[in-house]
Design a protein around this ligand. Structure first.
Ligand SMILES: Nc1ncnc2c1ncn2[C@@H]1O[C@H](COP(=O)(O)OP(=O)(O)O)[C@@H](O)[C@H]1O
Ligand SMILES: [Mg+2]
Length: 588
């Protein structure tokens, strides 16, 4: 399945880690502060058992009450200090984490905006959403909970070991004798949890993919009565997800008590052997107590670190995916010496193009469109008409031949300028959530309120907008679900008019509207075609008879070209298409 975001590979990858650390660079002062705080915190954690030892070995036997007071004060101070340091470390790391998430999301979004349409053909929406949301979250966890905390845990461990060896290396060996057991449990836990964690993530990705597809396609689900089948399918995925989670719970439920057990075992050994040494005067009572206290602090970082292992692994997988996305080369972009784009003669010059290698959709296509000319493109569904538009706007680049405007290859032009030559009206109009006026203006402040109102009126969109509760300021929901297809079409005409671009492109712009609306649209068309070069792709031949020239495409070839009358007289493909539409009974 293409939606699966598998977690494979290493928990630690030096190359990825080095790149991840570059995100910390802008915040190196804060990172330095957090690391210092965590080291100081770990060091402070070492103090209480040792203070206890001093009390038991020195001040109590000596009956030194003021000494006790000093130690008690020190004890409180270390606790307060630990509190302050932990606050410092946690808040700093969390803030850095949030900043890095912000930076990463901006970077991903910027790349998503640059990537060409071919990229979106290959990558489902659900997967891209995951990059920007949960993958970035996983990285945040790495920075806030993972790296820094592991650093602190490791430091605590080493610190305790050093203090134990320094106090009494023989008893230290006794305490360490349980470490092989710890290693064994940890390894068992890590390998099992790793697998179940991978499973949980995989099934979660499938739940997301499934829901994303069904929610967008809910109307189709209802129409084809797929509810029961989808319900069953979802139940299965959902069940796998639950079971994978339950399996991982088992490992946690066993691992933590097991580590407690080992810790208790270590304490028992210390009491048994160390207690004997205290009786023989080979060890002070204070040291024994301190050993017991250290032993209890020793095992917590171990279980914490084992748990962090998952975070680390998930974050590594997420970062790998995020970097792959950020590194996706931008195939279509302005080159550095981009030429100014100006409107003029548009020419396709022996253009051959395939979406999928080896399956050309356009074959050796050549034609020209003069400034101010009105061209119609006709042909059966799948003939390659929309592809012409996709190439002209550089949503895709041609593989052979070239497209020029006034003799300049469009690939040498500034991409943004090139695209701003065209006003595009599609069959399927995309509306953004916002207001009606906002959807005409599309965030371009250069389009004044008056211009919006004038454009709306010119294309007769006011006929329905005036009946909306708030007129132009009526809210439009995502994808414009509350408007009819014809209404959306009129809005997109208003858009094209308001933006006032020199070349107008219509792709099946009138094919899915009712007759009443079509009359309005035909009138609107007259308004917006005035003084503009027009390329109109049409399904209904009735809408194009007045055009200057008609290009007929068939299976990727440009087969015929001429006026309506001339093409009819040729009695070729156009003639046949015309008869199919207007005299279905007559036949040929
Ligand atoms: N993004 C795409 N990826 C792969 N094939 C595509 C893509 N878009 C269109 N095609 C294929 O290219 C051919 C021409 O499509 P198109 O230009 O949209 O035809 P139409 O003349 O109906 O507008 C069709 O066979 C279609 O299946
Ligand atoms: Mg099409």
């Amino acid at each position: 399945m293409t939606h699966d975001d598998e977690i494979v590979g290493k928990a630690y990858d030096a190359r990825l880690m080095r790149r991840l650390l570059t995100y910390l660079r802008p915040y190196r002062r804060q990172v330095g502060l957090a690391v210092a705080a965590i080291l100081a915190h770990s060091a402070l954690e070492l103090a209480p058992p040792y203070l206890t030892k001093i009390v038991i070995d020195q001040y109590i036997p000596a009956g030194d009450l003021s000494g006790l007071g000093t130690i008690a004060a020190l004890f409180l101070l270390t606790v307060l200090g630990a509190f302050a340091l932990e606050y410092l470390q946690t808040s700093t790391m969390q803030i850095i984490g949030q900043r890095i998430m912000f930076d990463l999301r901006m970077q991903i979004h910027a790349r998503l905006q640059q990537l060409d349409i071919r990229f979106y053909d290959r990558n489902p929406v659900g997967r891209l959403m995951t990059r920007v949301t949960s993958d970035v979250d996983a990285l945040n966890e790495l920075f806030t909970a993972g790296v820094v905390a592991v650093f602190g845990d490791a430091f605590t461990l080493v610190g305790i070991m050093a203090v134990l060896v320094w106090m009494d290396w023989r008893l230290a060996l006794v305490a360490f004798s349980v470490l092989p057991l710890v290693a064994w449990f940890t390894e068992w836990f890590r390998s099992n949890v790793r697998e179940s964690y991978r499973q949980v993530r995989m099934w979660l990705a499938r739940i997301n993919a499934f829901l994303q597809e069904r929610i967008t396609g809910m109307a189709t689900v209802h129409l084809f009565r797929r509810e029961e089948r989808d319900f069953a399918a979802f139940e299965q995925i959902n069940r796998h997800h639950r079971d994978a989670n339950i399996r991982s719970i088992l490992y946690y439920a066993v691992f933590y008590p097991a580590i407690e057990l080992v810790s208790a075992l270590a304490s028992a050994l210390i009491i048994w052997i160390g207690g004997g040494w205290v009786m023989d005067d080979r060890l002070t009572l204070g040291s024994l107590v301190a050993f017991l206290m250290y032993a209890q602090r020793f095992f917590r970082p171990i279980s914490d670190m084992s748990e962090k292992f998952n975070v680390l692994q998930g974050a590594m997988a997420s970062s790998e995916r995020i970097f792959t996305l950020i590194d996706t080369p931008v195939a279509i972009a302005s080159n550095a010496r981009a030429v100014r784009a100006t409107s003029g003669v548009i020419a396709f010059d022996h253009v051959t193009f395939a979406y999928v290698e080896g399956e050309p959709v356009l074959k050796d296509v050549s034609f020209r469109v003069m400034p101010g000319e009105r061209i119609a493109i006709v042909g059966a569904t799948g003939a390659g008409k929309t592809t012409i538009v996709n190439l002209l706007l550089r949503f895709y680049d041609v593989q052979e031949g070239r497209i020029t405007i006034d003799g300049t290859d469009i690939r040498e032009m500034d991409l943004a300028e090139l695209r701003s030559l065209f006003g595009l009206v599609l069959q399927d109009v995309h509306l953004f959530s916002g207001t009606v006026a906002g959807n005409v203006r599309l965030g371009n402040d250069a389009v004044t309120d008056e211009a919006v109102a004038a454009a709306v009126k010119a294309v007769h969109a006011d006929t329905f907008i005036d009946r909306l509760p708030n007129g132009l300021e009526t809210a439009v929901v995502e994808r414009g679900a509350t408007l009819s297809v014809g209404q959306k079409q009129l809005l997109s005409f208003a858009r094209a008019l308001a933006f006032n671009r020199p070349v107008l492109i219509l792709d099946e712009a009138t094919s899915s509207v009712d007759t009443g609306t079509e009359l309005l649209i035909r009138d609107a068309l007259k308004v917006i075609m005035a003084g503009r070069t027009t390329i109109a792709i049409a399904h209904r031949l009735s809408t194009i008879q007045g055009m200057d020239r008609i290009l007929v495409f068939h299976k990727g070839h440009l087969r015929e070209s001429g006026t309506h009358q001339a093409l009819l007289a040729e009695r070729g493909i156009y003639h046949r298409l015309y008869q199919l539409q207007f005299q279905p009974a007559a036949g040929t």
